[in-house]
Design a binder for this molecule. Structure first.
Ligand SMILES: NC(=O)c1ccc[n+]([C@@H]2O[C@H](COP(=O)([O-])OP(=O)(O)OC[C@H]3O[C@@H](n4cnc5c(N)ncnc54)[C@H](O)[C@@H]3O)[C@@H](O)[C@H]2O)c1
Length: 326
């Protein structure tokens, strides 16, 4: 197989929100991208939608080449067979329905080149459930993005026990070359991203249900505190900086209180030790103050960004209001 990206075709199967985001990820990296959707109206609009997203992306200063070059890499395919005929990698993005995905993967396994990786964007259905009965199941894997994939780089790589480790490696290399951040995890219902999201949203809805906070209050708290920090640090890195002796110290001080709030007896000891040693491998204790100063600089830069973005939103609204006046 050629190592040149322009010789490595990617097939996007299902062109809704996630499929079109993936199409941009691969085309902006230099891959030819074939697009297939059984709904011809979706396929007919795909080029115009991709153009709009790419123009916005370019306006933000994020493209290194003209939009037209990237648009030139897309080809709409009238059939599934034609879409995957020359693909080295297939990214499936059909609705989250088990039987539909099982049927689709069995057709993909039959018509994609035998060496092509077959990846699913499934946000919860596992590769074991979707692909377990296929003769080519060794080349199947879940590659779960956040939406929209072209703006959110983290992507969960979730192989089944039967997935060939070489397939995980090939998917990971391809995604890294497309500027994504692949994270390999074990197979579990909801994966990591949606399990974390589920825990937070469950608690948020229960607070709303109990009348403790309304929707705006929950959103304001997350937007103005947890979310700002989490946009450049994970929850463990965040806590590591919030006690003088790092994560282990934090767990001793605040762990019992957090566990009680989550309805657990305690934080799991083994996990605390593993997280603490991962944090120390990243940042020695005597460098924590320096990292706190870095965090504050990043937060200050974000404050400025949000201040400017809010001012731009307000002036756009004012212009619209002024132009709407008779
Ligand atoms: N929306 C999200 O936030 C998000 C995030 C990550 C992953 N996902 C996952 O990505 C997948 C797609 O989600 P979406 O939000 O893009 O849905 P969507 O409804 O926007 O798009 C699904 C597309 O699949 C097409 N389709 C229907 N049947 C098909 C078939 N048999 N073969 C091929 N295509 C078919 C539809 O015409 C539609 O265009 C789902 O598995 C979903 O769980 C969604």
């Amino acid at each position: 197989m050629s190592s040149k990206l322009q010789d490595q075709t990617i097939a996007i199967i299902g062109c809704g929100f996630v499929g079109l985001g993936w199409a941009i990820v691969f085309a902006r990296a230099g891959h030819p991208v074939t697009l297939y959707d059984p709904d011809t109206a979706v396929l007919d609009c795909a080029h115009a939608r991709l153009a709009t997203s790419l123009q916005e992306y370019a306006a933000a200063g994020l493209l290194d080449e003209p939009v037209a070059h990237i648009l030139g890499r897309f080809t709409a395919a009238p059939t599934l067979q034609e879409a995957v005929a020359h693909a080295v990698y297939v990214q499936e993005n059909s609705p989250e329905l088990l039987e539909l995905k099982q049927d689709l993967f069995s057709r993909l396994d039959a018509c994609a080149p035998p060496t092509a990786v077959l990846a699913s964007s499934s946000s919860g259905l596992t590769c074991t459930d979707v692909c377990g009965r296929l003769s080519g199941r060794h080349r199947c894997i879940v590659v779960h993005p956040a939406n929209p994939p072209h703006l959110l780089p983290a992507v969960e790589l979730v192989p089944a026990a039967f997935t060939d480790p070489a397939v995980v490696e090939r998917a990971s290399d391809l995604l890294k070359r497309a500027n994504m951040v692949p994270v390999a995890i074990g197979e579990i219902d909801g994966f990591v991203m949606n399990r974390l999201q589920a825990a937070l949203v469950q608690e948020a809805l229960e607070l709303v249900e109990a009348g403790i906070a309304d929707a705006d209050a929950v959103d304001a708290v997350v937007r103005g505190s947890l979310g700002l920090r989490w946009s450049f640090m994970g929850p463990f890195e965040t806590m590591d900086l919030n006690a003088p002796g790092g994560f282990g110290d934090y767990a001793e001080r605040y762990g019992p209180g957090f566990a009680r709030l989550a309805g657990a007896e305690s934080w799991p000891q083994d996990a605390i030790a593993r997280v603490d040693s991962a944090m120390r491998a990243q940042t020695p204790l005597d460098a924590l103050d320096e990292k706190r100063a870095w965090r504050d600089r990043r937060l200050a830069a974000l404050s400025l960004h949000h201040r400017n973005a809010e001012a731009a939103d307000r002036s756009k609204e004012n212009l619209l209001r002024a132009s709407a006046k008779p």
